[in-house]
Design a protein around this ligand. Structure first.
Ligand SMILES: Nc1nc2c(c(=O)[nH]1)N[C@H]1C(S)=C(S)[C@@H](COP(=O)(O)OP(=O)(O)OC[C@H]3O[C@@H](n4cnc5c(=O)[nH]c(N)nc54)[C@H](O)[C@@H]3O)O[C@H]1N2
Ligand SMILES: Nc1nc2c(c(=O)[nH]1)N[C@H]1C(S)=C(S)[C@@H](COP(=O)(O)OP(=O)(O)OC[C@H]3O[C@@H](n4cnc5c(=O)[nH]c(N)nc54)[C@H](O)[C@@H]3O)O[C@H]1N2
Ligand code: SF4
Ligand SMILES: [Mo]
Length: 859
């Protein structure tokens, strides 16, 4: 069967996929990388490779829901349009808000933005990109006059020095990382990681600069001052192409904030390599000074002329698959559409183009403000699409209060039970990745098609179509009379003529007459070309700008002495509504970890593998402790991923405050004040069963996906009714009151294991992997099930490193013991790292650890 060429569902690298659908109702699909796609040339990371495990219908929202009742589309759309109409009539257009997502297609985004800004007449349409790259957008706007990423992936093939600022590239943009590794092999490219944590990316770098949280502005200012001292400022470029804020050069007086020898090494690398890219991500953007960080970076590149040349430039890498598409079509509340602002003429042009009855007067509220307005009762109708703000917005306790107060909450999602969906009055079933049809734009401004692989299940509809259906019921059908995604795309491409006429770079007018069949066959293409700013800057003067930026120092707090960072895991995506369903991806980090320096852990009485509670002014959360010298002293890190549907206490945005960057409105997710203490449960247990439960009254629980069901980790105080956590069936049981041990296995009529629970008050629990592997099988004896291990012990493979081939740490240790010294040699013996390659940095790190241990043993 011919493969369908589409684009990955996950990150902003925007990898092309060739999908071979195996047919039938089981939605089987074989996923491989599309060799013809310029973003990845056939490569895929672990998340892309295992997309097939998350396209099933498990947990899907398949019909419109009014409360807990399934309803017809007709009834539901009437209700949504009716509530919206009442709201506008009684409280005005600004009582309505839409909250969108970089996981919508450009066509969806375009439709939603048009509805709000053109017809409802409110600017209150914002997106989760506010949490993601709003600061980079603001910095680009200040420096270049337009939101234009000046680099391309091709530059990564020709670069000599890469500074990765606040980017765990090996985990979050793995295919870009693999591309950099290839360039390094070919040209000896140097890689510097600027990140307070020693991440797997930092482990593989030539230099790791463990900057203090938010120390980036001081560092870049000092770096630029030093380059000026060395005569490396490009005076010619500055004179021809750049304006500067008054006093700009005098403002660069800061200490770099890192050890002298590290700074010296950094300066030497930077001085020697003019082909330099600064790739920046959330460690830069998600900060209360994120816009200034972005400009510290653009300043450096402008001043040294390291921009608009092959292998050089300040490269903000996008997170979500279509974060960039949203930026194009007005997903952000402070832009209209097609990079236009809210001036009288721009509004008039847009109103004329849309034939819009009620063009909005000006910018709307940005995400955090927007939810504050919901909380205050100013917004009474909120429509959330393709995002899970009850988990992902900061201060999520407050966000939940806001949602529960809002008279109408509409949620368009693909999953039935999400944390946000629990607050919805109406839930609308959308097409998921395997059914969607449209376009996305990746980090390098490349537009690619997402193509449907399966027929749409149940009553699901395209997100743009749902918007158009509501608009029609509002009486605005003429503006939304599209029959296909191609129709929407064509209208958007035509609309970019408004941007073009104003000298903007965004210009898709070459596609203004695209036919349905041309759209079907559309090949990936980049707007703006490879170096879009090389023809001049889209400002009034045609010049870019050096913006004076000053370091920002967080206020120390005696009550909350630690700095709290939040980050991502290699194999989980955001709030886990999709990757959390994959048994393969769930092996890498099945529980949310509190990473803490050994000295801090000791001082606080925390040991590796125990539980720790983090508290801030906003709330508290509980994690499994991971003692790690990759953390700086006084700083801790927790993951952003766990929601209330996946864990009892692991939702990290309970901890985050509403503090935002004053220019971009982006929250400071990476740096807050916290304290930590041990949690000492009376008992610990784990349960495996086929279905989902939500235990109550515990100190801690989490669930993670295993092949035939779920593995639950539990801990609590006092008594626990273990049997109550298990389904009915034939029960086998042992207990040892003295040791505080209890074990129960439940078998079905056919003798297969349907659930099991293992509890201890002081001892060890059996091997989860073996027990979870028995779910649904009838092979193990009663004695084996109660022992929690097979009578002939299997070799212990240690924690799984390579999820594609199921290779564990101890397998790799064996290979190393047998002489494998490189990642490639380990791959040749064990197959680890030979498929998607996402685990290669982890293998490299293990090899280094083994080598050090061996050296120490020899000494
Ligand atoms: N596996 C996986 N990949 C993803 C995603 C996912 O959920 N999972 N999400 C996608 C999305 S939407 C996004 S936005 C990207 C995010 O991609 P990244 O930005 O790479 O991811 P994060 O782990 O959020 O943060 C990156 C690093 O910033 C560091 N940092 C914290 N504070 C500072 C600071 O003050 N200065 C500096 N220099 N660094 C700091 C953190 O320690 C962390 O290691 O990933 C995308 N890719
Ligand atoms: N503490 C902390 N918080 C963070 C971050 C951090 O680093 N630290 N990072 C922030 C960043 S950068 C981001 S991007 C956000 C991400 O945060 P969210 O956007 O809230 O996370 P997702 O889990 O991706 O939510 C997507 C939702 O849309 C649904 N969905 C998937 N596909 C579709 C579709 O095609 N149509 C519809 N209608 N629904 C769909 C999914 O089931 C899911 O419920 O989190 C932010 N929050
Ligand atoms: S790097 Fe991985 S997650 Fe990102 S687009 Fe490529 S395959 Fe998908
Ligand atoms: Mo993001």
């Amino acid at each position: 069967m011919a493969a369908i060429r589409t684009t990955c569902a996950y990150c902003g690298v925007g990898c092309g996929i060739a999908a071979e659908v195996s047919g039938g109702d089981d939605r089987g699909v074989v996923i491989t990388g599309d060799r013809a796609h310029p973003a990845n040339r056939g490569r895929l990371c672990s998340k892309g490779t295992h997309l097939g495990e998350t396209v099933g219908l498990e947990g899907r929202l398949l019909a419109p829901m009014i409360g807990e009742r399934e309803a017809s589309w007709d009834e539901t759309l009437d209700l949504v349009a009716g509530r919206m109409r009442e709201c506008i009539a009684e409280h005005g257009p600004d009582s309505v808000a839409l909250y969108l997502s970089g996981q919508l297609l450009t066509e969806d985004y375009y439709a939603a933005n048009k509805l709000a800004k053109g017809f409802v007449g409110t600017g209150n349409v914002d997106t989760n990109s506010r949490l993601c790259m709003a600061s980079a957008v603001a910095a680009y706007n200040r420096a270049f006059g337009e939101d234009v990423v000046p680099c391309s992936y091709e530059d990564l093939d020709a670069v000599d020095l890469v500074l990765l600022v606040g980017s765990n590239t090996a985990w979050c943009h793995p295919v870009v990382w693999q591309r950099l590794e290839k360039t390094r092999e070919r040209r000896g490219t140097k890689i510097v990681v600027i990140d307070p944590r020693r991440t797997e990316t930092a482990e593989q770098a030539d230099l790791h600069v463990a900057v203090a949280p938010d120390g980036d502005i001081a560092l870049f200012n000092a770096l630029l001052a030093e380059m000026r001292r060395r005569g490396l400022v490009d005076e010619e470029y500055l004179a021809a192409h750049v304006e500067e804020d008054a006093g700009f050069w005098d403002s660069l007086t800061h200490q770099p904030g890192i050890p002298d020898n590290t700074f010296a090494k950094l300066c030497d690398l930077v001085a020697r390599h003019p082909r330099m890219i600064t790739l920046f991500s959330q460690g830069a953007n998600q900060s209360v000074c994120g816009t200034d960080k972005g400009n510290a970076i653009t300043n450096f590149h402008l001043a040294t002329g390291r921009i608009n040349r092959i292998g050089a430039g300040p490269f903000s890498i996008t997170g979500q698959p279509n974060a960039m598409g949203g930026r194009e079509v007005g997903g952000l509340a402070n832009m209209l559409a097609c990079h236009l602002g809210f001036s009288e003429e721009e509004r008039a042009d847009v109103a004329a183009f849309w034939n819009a009855s009620n063009i909005c007067a000006g910018p709307g509220l940005k995400a955090v403000e927007l939810f504050r307005a919901v909380h205050e009762g100013k917004i009474k109708f909120l429509w959330i699409m393709a995002t899970n703000p009850a988990v992902s917005l900061p201060d999520s306790g407050f966000v939940r209060e806001a949602l529960s107060r809002c008279p109408t909450v509409v949620v368009s999602d693909i999953i039935a039970d999400t944390d946000t969906g629990r607050f919805a009055h109406v839930r609308l079933p959308a097409h998921g990745w395997g059914e969607k049809d449209g376009t996305v734009t990746n980090s390098e401004r490349r537009i690619s098609r997402q193509r449907a692989l399966f027929p749409a299940p149940g009553e699901t509809r395209a997100d743009w179509k749902i918007v158009a259906d509501v608009a029609a019921r509002m009486g605005w059908g003429d503006g939304f009379a599209w029959n296909s995604a191609a129709d929407v795309f064509r209208e958007y491409a035509q609309m970019t003529a408004l941007a073009k006429a104003r000298g903007k770079v965004l210009d898709l007018t070459a596609h203004a007459a695209i036919s349905a069949s041309e759209y079907e066959a559309l090949e990936p293409f980049q707007w703006g070309g490879e170096r879009p700013l090389s023809r001049g800057y889209p400002t009034a003067s045609g010049k870019a700008r050096l913006v004076s930026v000053l370091p920002h120092a967080p206020v120390a707090s005696a009550e909350f002495p630690l700095r709290l960072n939040t980050a991502r895991y290699r194999d989980q995506w955001h709030t886990m509504t999709r990757t959390g369903l994959s048994p393969t991806l769930s092996q890498h980090r099945p529980e949310p970890l509190l990473e803490i320096h050994p000295a801090d852990a000791e001082a606080l009485g925390l040991v590796d593998g125990s539980l720790g509670r983090v508290e801030t002014e906003s709330g508290a959360a509980v994690y499994r402790v991971l003692v790690s010298d990759g953390q700086r002293r006084g700083e801790i890190c927790v993951p952003m991923h766990w929601s209330d549907t996946m864990a009892g206490q692991g939702r990290s945005n309970r901890l985050r405050s509403q503090a935002v960057d004053p220019v971009s409105g982006q929250p400071g997710f990476k740096n807050g004040a916290a304290r930590v203490g041990p949690v000492s449960p009376d008992w610990r247990a784990f349960v495996v069963r086929g279905d989902v439960i939500a235990p109550e009254g515990l100190l801690y629980w989490t669930r993670s996906r295993v092949k035939a069901g779920w593995l639950y980790e539990l801990a609590g105080e006092g008594q626990i009714d273990l049997a109550a956590l298990l389904p009915d069936g034939e029960r086998l049981e042992v207990a040892d009151m003295v040791r505080g041990m209890r074990r129960i296995a439940v078998r079905g009529q056919d003798g297969s294991l349907i659930a099991a629970a293992y509890l201890t008050r002081s001892g060890k629990l059996p091997d989860r992997n073996w027990v979870a592997g028995q779910l649904g099988l009838g092979e193990a004896s009663a004695a084996e099930l109660l022992a929690g291990r097979p009578s002939t012990p299997l070799p212990d493979r240690g924690a799984i490193v390579c999820v594609c081939h199921g290779v564990g740490e101890l397998d790799i240790a064996d290979a190393a013991g047998n002489g494998a010294a490189t990642v490639a040699e380990v791959g040749a013996c064990t197959r680890a790292g030979t498929n998607c390659g996402s685990c290669r940095p982890a293998i490299a790190k293990l090899l280094e650890t083994f080598a050090t241990l061996e050296k120490e043993a020899a000494e």
